[in-house]
Design a protein. Structure first.
Ligand code: ZN
Length: 194
């Protein structure tokens, strides 16, 4: 992600779509985004969504406030996953298989707050590699102590591509949190390429 492009993302609304598996539903109030413009500097800002995996079939909800996102990340959040936690791996794997053409990366599959303990990380990495989808190094998960370190380290060692993401919820976090992710990589002696 270059300097010129700053992405913001949010999570999908997370309810089950009625008759489709990958949908953009009208709802609340992202209406104002259409007229939103960055007036502070000349950095282009784009808006994305963490599309929520909702079941073991890999149905994904990307709906957020009547606005089609400019990019989609795939995420499993415990509060929006409607099937039993034991099926979480299947949910992620099926979602990658079905939606790999639409997604940018797979978010935080090692987050203990989001069913990380149930997720077979080897399977997720294998399928993500197979479909050329990066896995996320999520700085917020790492910083908050929610990363299952063995699983995160497995991702870093075995994923073909890593997407470093602050997951910041504030502007300050976009700088500081992201930096902490790179520090972790340095600490683990990974070399970085642009
Ligand atoms: Zn998330």
């Amino acid at each position: 992600m270059g300097n010129r492009l700053k992405p913001f993302r949010d999570t999908g609304t997370g309810y089950k779509p009625s008759n489709t598996s990958f949908a953009y539903y009208p709802s609340g109030a992202r209406y104002s985004l259409g007229g939103w413009q960055n007036v502070h500097n000349d950095v282009e800002v784009i808006f994305g969504v963490e599309g929520d995996i909702i079941n073991e079939q890999g149905d994904v909800c990307c709906e957020i406030q009547n606005s089609k996102p400019e990019f989609i990340l795939l995420a499993l959040h415990w509060e929006f996953y409607l099937w039993s936690p034991e099926t979480a791996t299947l949910g992620i794997v099926n979602a990658i298989k079905r939606h790999h053409k639409e997604i940018v990366c797979v978010c935080h599959p090692y987050d203990k707050y989001h069913l990380g303990e149930y997720i077979d990380i080897q399977q997720v990495v294998e399928v993500a590699n197979q479909y050329h989808i990066p896995l996320e190094l999520n700085a917020k998960t790492l910083h908050s102590g929610n990363a299952i370190i063995e699983k995160l380290d497995y991702v870093l060692a075995n994923a073909n591509e890593i997407y470093v993401n602050s997951d910041a919820h504030t502007l300050r976090g976009m700088k500081e949190l992201r930096k902490s992710a790179f520090e972790y990589l340095k600490h683990k002696r990974y070399s970085l390429s642009e």
